[in-house]
Write a protein that binds this ligand. Structure first.
Ligand SMILES: C[S@@+](CC[C@H](N)C(=O)[O-])C[C@H]1O[C@@H](n2cnc3c(N)ncnc32)[C@H](O)[C@@H]1O
Length: 267
């Protein structure tokens, strides 16, 4: 059965949201694999049952802040494990990570409160397998102040949508022409972040792309080294141009932006 049919069969609201359209392209080739799949938010068990039918060889792990009646929800099935706890409880998440070590797919369909979504992602990212996929559902809460979002200051609001927009810089971290750039723990570990209607998908992957413009986040160093390789005789001239003039210009812009960020409280 397709995810579409399974969400419909179990009456999961994932069907009404049309999420199968976003899930299926990522998941269809993984159906037969033996994976650890974690879903935050069990509720009546509809999606847990759907995942269990779809991924016949995988362990399906569900967590929910509320106690779930496994018998009533028909969740007392082989390869399904349900735990009670909060997605933002560090101790509880550490317990899960200790137990399962790695998760290949993580679905956040829990509280949808921006701070919870961000905290869980930070707690769980290390335990996401290489090439693992992290799905964040119902990101519309980012745009709604009644759910912890902020519809009035879209660019700077402390929401999960902004968090993942900012994280998308990690996909291109080697292209940031700032010699003072400090690497984040996510740099070089994210292949792509995709934004869909009410859903964000993050694919983890150890990647090592080289920039064609920079060396260690420095355009000046790359230009200088490329130029002297071509013409050693002009070494002094290139040194003056790239290592003195260009670097001074970069330093000026760095200081200017640093002061601007302080004045605008942008940290
Ligand atoms: C939208 S429902 C989950 C629906 C289910 N995934 C499905 O598609 O059938 C959200 C669930 O998240 C749970 N929840 C809310 N806050 C939570 C938290 N902080 N940690 C874990 N679960 C939470 C709620 O109790 C609720 O059962």
């Amino acid at each position: 059965m397709s995810l579409n049919e399974l969400f419909k069969k179990y009456k999961s609201d994932k069907y009404n949201h049309g999420y199968h359209l976003f899930y299926e392209p990522y998941l269809k080739n993984l159906k037969q694999k033996k994976l650890n799949i974690l879903e935050i938010g069990v509720s009546d068990g509809a999606s847990i049952n759907a995942w269990s039918d779809y991924f016949k060889n995988s362990n399906i792990i569900g967590i929910d802040i509320k106690k779930i009646d496994l018998k009533k929800r028909k969740l007392n099935r082989k390869k399904i494990s349900i735990y009670q706890g909060s997605q933002s409880d560090k101790k509880f998440i550490k317990f899960l990570i200790n137990k399962y070590k790695k998760f290949d797919i993580i679905i956040d369909d829990g509280s949808h409160i921006p701070s919870d979504v961000i905290k869980s992602f930070n707690l769980l990212f290390d335990a996401l397998s290489n090439k693992g996929i992290y799905f964040v559902e119902d990101t519309q809460t980012s745009y709604n102040h009644f759910f912890g979002g902020n519809p009035f200051d879209l660019k700077y609001a402390n929401t999960q949508v902004n968090y993942f927009k900012k994280l998308s810089d990690s996909v291109n971290f080697q292209e940031i022409a700032n010699p003072f750039y400090i690497k984040s723990k996510y740099d070089g570990l994210i292949r792509n972040i995709s934004f869909f209607n009410n859903m964000i998908v993050i694919v983890k992957d150890k990647i090592n792309f080289n920039s064609n413009l920079l060396i260690n986040n420095s355009y000046e160093n790359k230009r200088y080294l490329t130029k002297i390789k071509r013409n050693k005789k002009k070494k002094m001239q290139y040194f003056f141009k790239y290592m003195i003039i260009f670097k001074s210009y970069t330093l000026f812009l760095y200081i200017f932006n640093f002061i601007k960020k302080i004045l605008l409280f942008r940290f």
